[in-house]
Ligand binder design. Structure first.
Ligand SMILES: NC(=O)c1ccc[n+]([C@@H]2O[C@H](COP(=O)([O-])OP(=O)(O)OC[C@H]3O[C@@H](n4cnc5c(N)ncnc54)[C@H](O)[C@@H]3O)[C@@H](O)[C@H]2O)c1
Length: 263
């Protein structure tokens, strides 16, 4: 096959599904993976019915052995692999430092941090063995830029993803492998709709905190991931690209000047 091939994790819905469409529109064959099999199959069938070259593969990214097997299957199926979009993520519990449960606290790290690391290992081993200069795009978050109450383990995991992006870029750079991340702000997907978007007060508060005063569409994150994975970003590695409507550019309080706005 001559198409470039990308693996997308968490592709059944939200940002992952928007990315599957974006990469397919951009000429990639897309291996869509997720642990929600029914939703994944429906998403794959929809994109196939529109004529896109996509396939579906059940995968829990926190399962190292399953990841190795699925990556091998995808490479055998397509005969090549060019990029990984490490998108699968969960927010996990909403407790605090004083009352967290030791087992529960591990969930966000297992998926967001270790799952991303495991997938990088699987694809990078193949790329290094076959002298392929592949590209990885991880998913950080705007919450990795500051401390938060809830869900705080999610914030810790995304801060760790920033470290993972730098470390993997550092270790794999000599093989020509690039590793970057996108850091979404409040994006209209089930993850945020469940909590923030469906509550008018929270929805408005999220809008007010961004410089553009709005929520972000999954497609806008997908566009950035597509850019970082492709040749247009050939000299970019080890960076985090915020796609947050300016949320992390300033503190909310700073939007009101202490000195008055200069006309
Ligand atoms: N929506 C936002 O506001 C926002 C903001 C910042 C960062 N993000 C990040 O964007 C990424 C995508 O999130 P989304 O908003 O599309 O959320 P979502 O909940 O709509 O979709 C997440 C997808 O990941 C899958 N998934 C969860 N655990 C998995 C696992 N162990 N293995 C494989 N798949 C798994 C889910 O089944 C789901 O299909 C996540 O990494 C999330 O942390 C989202």
């Amino acid at each position: 096959m001559s198409n470039k091939v990308v693996i997308i994790t968490g592709a059944a819905q939200g940002i992952g599904l928007a990315a599957a469409r974006r990469f397919a529109e951009g000429g990639y064959s897309v291996a869509m993976t997720d642990l929600k099999v029914d939703e994944l199959n429906a998403a794959v069938a929809q994109l196939q019915s529109e004529g896109f070259e996509v396939s579906g593969h059940e995968l829990d990214v926190a399962n190292h052995a399953q990841g190795a097997q699925v990556v091998a299957e995808i490479i055998a199926h397509y005969g090549r692999l060019d990029a990984l979009f490490n998108n699968a993520g969960i927010t996990g519990h909403r407790k605090n430092v004083l009352n967290f449960d030791p087992e529960e606290i591990k969930q966000a790290e297992e998926v967001n941090l270790w799952g991303s690391l495991y997938m990088i290992q699987h694809v990078a081993r193949y790329w290094v063995e076959n002298k392929i200069e592949g590209a990885v795009v991880n998913v950080s978050s705007f919450v990795a830029s500051f401390a938060e109450w809830s869900p705080f383990a999610y914030g810790i995991s995304k801060t760790s993803v920033d470290g993972l992006t730098r470390t993997a870029a550092f270790q794999l750079g000599k093989y020509g492998i690039r590793v970057n991340s996108v850091a979404p702000g409040y994006t209209k997907t089930e993850m945020a709709i469940k909590y923030d978007y469906s509550d008018p007060k929270l929805r408005k508060a999220a809008e007010d905190k961004s410089l553009l005063n709005r929520w972000i569409e999954p497609r806008e994150i997908a566009n950035a991931a597509f850019f970082l994975a492709g040749d247009q970003a050939s000299a970019i590695t080890g960076v985090k690209l915020p796609v947050d409507a300016g949320y992390t550019t300033t503190k909310e309080d700073n939007k009101v000047s202490l000195y008055g706005e200069n006309e």
